[in-house]
Unconditional design. Structure first.
Length: 94
């Protein structure tokens, strides 16, 4: 079995109104990751995602490669796995 982890990520920069949540969902689905992503009122985007460290890094790279998304900073923290989670979803707000 893969060494799955879960990360709580907060993205800052030009990350709202540029397709960030769509790109995150596409990357997560392509890589078989689970979790969620949502816009925050302060202009940041929060994502919780689980998979292997390499898969999560690849998803972040895929999101950042979008021509309209400009990630200036990411806060990252490992958190406990959500064992029953089976998909990745995008929400609008907090």
């Amino acid at each position: 079995m893969k060494n799955r982890i879960r990360k709580h990520l907060v993205f800052y920069g030009e990350v709202q109104g540029v397709g960030f949540r769509f790109q995150a969902q596409m990357a997560a689905n392509q890589l078989g990751l689970t979790g969620w992503v949502r816009n925050e009122y302060d202009g940041s985007v929060t994502m919780e995602v689980q998979g292997t460290e390499e898969e999560i890094d690849k998803a972040i790279e895929m999101i950042g490669n979008s021509r309209f998304i400009h990630i200036e900073r990411i806060e990252s923290q490992k958190i406990p796995l959500e064992e029953r989670e089976s998909s990745f979803r995008a929400s609008y707000w907090y």
